[in-house]
Design a protein around this ligand. Structure first.
Ligand code: ADP
Ligand code: MG
Length: 524
């Protein structure tokens, strides 16, 4: 029997505002328990919530980034349930009219080289407050509650059930994670719980149109757990159906140590929550003007930026944008680029580098990397964009990954790297020597320039033609037999001379140049 896996994700992104969504309390992570919970957060009688404008702006930013509709009026609703970490007995959320509706995210699923583009539709994204946290570990047989997280703004992003495997779900979650960080609405810190996924999983026979019964796996806070949980759950459902059982809709928890899903509660329906509009909060009105203001402050998005990085010229750039964003084919390239890049600074539009899809993907994985790369290119020059990409991807990113660091804390500034690459470009040092210089820069940590290292270590290539000619003449003089051997047809002697020159210059001669001069002189 062939089964198809169906996945829809609900992602809770914590918006990185300074204060909470309905109060002025701080949202900084790691404070002492209950040090950041004010009367509003713990739901004292008589307090009134006041909506945080910054949280709304961040939701709007997200909506714009995914091509969604920003509802001109949206409503906050009370979602009623009982749980110790929910002091009011209800969570303020959005139900019927969320702030963001629709939109989609393009993912690249599959392995590099055989990946396919897929559009994942979004149902909605709504604002809500987070709950507190029960702490079991710090007390003997007592559970404490930390309300610091209560009232932290969340944007819950809900996808349509458009994913067909755990790897598509991971690709979606990663793309979303990178996007919310890129537009600066969420810090994406998964250890601190800033980005948590619920995965809804069902299976159906291949070719069937109706969806199977889903089970929802709660609170997955790493990509690895997300993958393991979906794989396990799908296999469990297949085994259950194949052995004649039935799937019951349920909410389950993933036990990462046992690698299994366990029922937490049978699924509640929306009516169990008795949603109703919160009488303490006015409908949220968002004007077109406000949306436009926010739109103008948006950065160029990752997909647009990677199109630009790959483009060879304005026409290919426009074509790529058209393919990505589905704009009408008759549009004039310049106008199309300006429209699609309404978020790019106009100055960026013609910065195109003809990079490979791989380089572009690596360099647009996060905005700091993309900025770093462009800063390097700005100094080294557009004609050497490929060289810059090779070094940022092959050296800087690789080294940072090895040390599990991110580019923000890169030990080498864009200026330092550019200074090094300029010395390759002008022939002062070879690429090979440059790697040694990079090592020194990496380890020294004090912002030392490439030039200083080249100078003190005397690493300059011998590239003066006269100097190389002089060395060759000397070698010819001391090895007359090899010279006549070569001239009598023993071409292997060439390698002997080449080796001698490189030895005499302690490897600092430019190999291509040596070969050229050597060939000329041997013929003479
Ligand atoms: P709730 O809020 O009660 O969890 P929603 O209707 O908002 O319910 O759906 C939540 C998520 O479940 C969405 O991401 C949706 O795509 C996904 N989903 C719905 N039906 C299925 C299904 N049969 N299989 C897999 N995912 C599903
Ligand atoms: Mg749900």
């Amino acid at each position: 029997m062939q089964w198809e896996i169906v996945v829809g994700l609900e992602v809770h992104t914590q918006l990185s505002t300074k204060s909470k969504i309905f109060s002025g309390a701080s949202t900084i992570f790691g404070a002492l328990p209950n040090a950041q919970a004010c009367l509003i957060d713990i739901g004292f009688p008589g307090v009134l919530p006041v909506l945080n404008r910054d949280a709304v702006e961040r939701a709007i930013k997200f909506g714009l980034a995914v091509g969604a509709t920003i509802n001109p009026v949206s409503i906050f609703a009370r979602k009623n349930y009982f749980y110790p970490d929910l002091p009011k007995g209800y969570q303020i959320s959005q139900y019927e009219l969320p702030v963001v509706q629709g939109g989609s995210i393009k993912i690249q699923a599959g392995h590099y080289g055989s990946e396919h583009n897929k559009n994942i539709r979004l149902t909605r994204a709504h604002l809500e407050e987070d709950a507190g946290k029960s702490l079991h570990e710090d007390f003997d047989s007592v559970t404490g509650i930390d309300f610091n997280r209560a009232g932290t703004p969340l944007l819950e992003i809900v996808s349509e059930p458009d994913m067909r495997s755990s790897s598509e779900a991971i690709a979606f979650a990663k793309t979303l994670h990178s996007l919310v960080r890129w537009i600066g609405i969420c810090d994406g810190n998964m250890q601190e719980g800033s980005f948590r996924c619920d995965a809804n999983v069902s299976i159906r026979r291949l070719g069937e149109n109706t969806l199977g019964t889903r089970r929802e796996i709660k609170n997955l806070n790493s990509f690895r757990f997300l993958q393991q949980a979906i794989d396990y759950e799908a296999q469990w459902q297949i085994d259950t159906l194949e052995s004649g059982g039935k799937i019951q809709q349920a909410t389950v928890l993933f036990d990462s140590s046992k690698r299994e899903t366990r029922v937490m509660r049978n699924k509640e329906n929306a009516q169990d929550y008795r949603y109703f509009p919160d009488p303490d909060l006015l409908p949220l009105e968002i004007s077109q003007k406000w949306i436009e203001q926010i739109n103008n402050s948006m950065p160029e998005l990752p997909m647009q930026r990677s199109c630009r990085f790959m483009a060879h010229d304005t026409t290919s750039y426009a074509d790529a944008l058209r393919e990505q964003f589905g704009t009408k084919p008759e549009t004039n390239p310049d106008i199309l680029i300006k429209q699609s890049c309404h978020m790019a600074t106009v100055n960026d539009i013609h910065k195109i580098y003809a990079l490979s899809a791989y380089d572009a993907a690596m360099l647009t994985a996060d905005i700091t990397t993309a900025d770093y790369f462009e800063e390097v290119v700005k100094i080294v020059g557009n004609t050497h964009a490929k060289l810059c990409a090779n070094w940022v991807v092959g050296e800087i990113i690789t080294r940072l990954n090895q040390e599990s660091k991110i580019i923000v804390v890169s030990l080498i500034s864009a200026q330092q790297l550019a200074g090094l690459l300029l010395r390759i470009v002008d022939g002062t040092i070879s690429g090979k020597t440059a790697k040694d210089v990079l090592n020194d820069m990496w380890n020294s940590m004090d912002g030392v320039t490439a030039d200083a290292i080249i100078e003190t270590k005397n690493l300059k290539q011998v590239s003066s033609k006269e100097e190389i000619e002089r060395i060759i003449d000397e070698i010819f003089f001391t090895n007359p037999r090899q010279v006549s051997d070569y001239r009598n047809g023993k071409v292997k002697a060439f390698n002997f001379f080449f080796g001698q020159v490189m030895k005499a210059t302690t490897g600092k001669a430019n190999p291509a140049q040596v070969k050229k001069i050597l060939a000329e002189k041997l013929i003479a």
